[in-house]
Structure formats: C-alpha cells, structure tokens
Design a binder for this molecule. Structure first.
Ligand code: SAM
Length: 204
C-alpha cells in the first residue's frame, strides 16, 4: 500500500522502492500506530517530534541514490531511526545524530535489536560529526532557517548537503553540491518539517 502511494507520487527508483518494501516501518513507531504504520503519514514519536511521512523519506533517499551508489552518509535528526535504517538497507555507511536523549536511546535499542550497523550519536547535529567527516552526503531531516556552515565544511569532494530551509511552517528542499572550493546550490520541492534546533539552526 505504502509503495503504491510512493509510486503514485513519482518515486520510481526500484532500489528505493525495494528498501521501502523491506524495512518494516511499524518497528519504528509506537504499537498504537501499527494499524496505520504503512500509510503515507507522519506519526508522533514523543517529545513533540515525528517520524517523517514515507514520501518525504523516499524523496530524500531518491536524491542520494541518484548520485551515489555507495558512500558515507551523515543524517542530522535520527528521530525514530527509520530514515537511517532505509539508508543502511541501501548499503550506505550511515552516521546519525539526534539531540533528544529519549529518541537517541530508542533508536540505539531498535538498531541493536535489528542488528543494524549504524553509528549513532547524541548531540547538536547542526555542528555535524567532525571526527567522522568527510561525508559523501549529509541529509538533514529537520527544517533549518539557513545552511549550517559546519555541515558544508564536512562534505567530501563531490559531496551533497540535502537540507530543508525556510520558516517554521514551510521549507524548500535545498541541495548544496561541493566541487573543489565551489558550492553549487539547487532547490527542489516544499516540505513541512519540525525545527532543526541548535547552534547553527533555530535557537531553542
Ligand atoms: N529522520 C527521522 C525519522 O526517520 O524518523 C525523522 C526526523 S524528525 C522529522 C526530526 C528530528 O530532528 C527530531 O527527532 C529532532 O529531535 C531532531 N533534531 C532537531 N534538531 C536537531 C539537531 N540540532 N541535532 C540533531 N537532531 C536534531
């Protein structure tokens, strides 16, 4: 049902669709949402945060898959851990940062239970994860007022930062592509994310 919806919305890469068929979304949400876990909807995951709508996860994943077959990815905003699990299924080396301890602990538990080799950290992801840089792609799953400079600095040659930028209600998906010392900027669809809170994001 979820995969059909994604196809209807224009997600066509077979590798991306296969990941959505195989990573069990219900494992990343509270059991009270199990009946509708495969609907194309976001759900609350506690601390006023959400697991993103599958279309949003698929959209960001498709950008990565269209440019990189393998590589190192940093996700800012682990949330439920679902996006990280999708990227891990697609064989990327995934690093993910969450600022809320309760969500960090929940994701750590589910990754362990599923035997997923995903590096996880508690902290302010607007500053990136310097020790593990550079990354082929950095994906920010919360809405930012501007582009965090620290994230641009942690991109590999030919790396891309994919980040929703805008106000607290709506953000445009932006892509920053590093080639040598130049950063090429392009924009994509509008989305509505919870805020990216941190030193280089929104203030608390
Ligand atoms: N990718 C997630 C998933 O698959 O469930 C959805 C993420 S949710 C829409 C956004 C997450 O970003 C929230 O869990 C929030 O706590 C986190 N967040 C916000 N600001 C952050 C920051 N500076 N560093 C790390 N995580 C942050």
């Amino acid at each position: 049902m979820m995969v059909e919806k994604l196809q209807e919305y224009g997600i066509s890469d077979p590798k991306v669709l296969d990941a959505f068929l195989n990573v069990k979304r219900h494992l990343f949400v509270d059991s009270m949402f199990w009946d509708c876990a495969y609907d194309d909807s976001p759900f609350p995951i506690g601390s006023s945060q959400t697991i993103s709508q599958p279309y949003t996860v698929a959209y960001m994943t498709s950008i990565i898959v269209s440019h990189y077959h393998t590589g190192k990815i940093l996700e800012v905003g682990t949330g439920s851990g679902y996006q990280a699990a999708i990227l891990n299924y697609l064989k990327y080396k995934v690093f993910t940062i969450e600022r809320i301890e309760m969500l960090y602990k929940k994701s750590e538990k589910i990754f362990k239970e599923l035997g997923l080799n995903i590096a996880l950290r508690l902290g302010d992801g607007t500053l990136g994860w310097h020790e593990m840089a550079p990354y082929d792609a950095i994906i920010v799953t919360a809405g930012s007022p501007d582009v965090p400079k620290s994230l641009l600095e942690q991109l590999n040659e030919n790396g891309r930062l994919i980040i929703p930028i805008g106000n607290s209600e709506k953000q445009r998906m932006m892509i920053y592509h590093r080639q040598g010392n130049t950063i090429y900027e392009s924009s994509a669809n509008m989305f509505a994310f919870v805020p990216l809170i941190g030193k280089e994001g929104w203030k608390e």
